[in-house]
Design a protein around this ligand. Sequence first.
Ligand SMILES: NC(=O)CC[C@H](N)C(=O)O
Length: 254
Amino acid sequence: MTQSKITVGILALQGAFLEHKLHLQKAVRQASPGSPLDTTKFEIVEVRTSEQLASVDALVIPGGESTAISLIAERSGLLQPLRQFARVDRKPVWGTCAGLILLSDEASKAKKGGQELIGGLHVRCQRNHFGRQTESFECDLSLPFVGDGEPPFRAVFIRAPIVERVLTGADSGDVAGDVVRAPKLDADADDYKITPIEIIASLPTTQGKEAGDIVAVRQGNIFGTSFHPELTPDVRLHRWWLQECVLGGGESRI
Ligand SMILES: NC(=O)CC[C@H](N)C(=O)O
């Protein structure tokens, strides 16, 4: 990206949008002298309308309740503009928890008829994978790309989804049972589903039978995490996203 001022939006319809805003502001404020964040001017704004969406260069979709966010987005006339933003214009987007669900091309354990997806990440995620609210947990994740020799990242999972599988090939027919799928767009770029999907983080062996579950992925301009990095004081992941995904565009350097 070449312009001098970059506007980062947080979809502020429901959920933990304020926490993301504060984290992004803190990540920019704490940037060390000489780092790219320090020399670039970021504006962090809340997004509730399609006009506001049109004015931002990158977007965070927070955790919360994916059914509520999709319903409000639909009523606000934001669903198609969000699809355009992520899938056609391919601007940098980061979805956390409910945001990851909304950005997935398919979601299982979904509310059929009550859950519209934005799509863009060619994966099937499973909602509420770990069970109910009382099954929420925290664990240490190794995210070496946030900095050399850095301590693990404390990840907070609240009724979190996981990436159940990476999808391959074209969509074929209806999906069965409790699976919903993002609609196809006329303007879907031909190569959009073959942009490689990177598995960024999986649960460690300390998580027993859940070890290996995929909890962070990236496909080009879209980054998704099952956990809530905005609910710990740690801003490393926000700083990394701004540097690598927003300033760095769609190119992965992990
Ligand atoms: N913390 C969260 O964002 C929870 C997501 C929620 N379980 C959903 O399906 O939307």
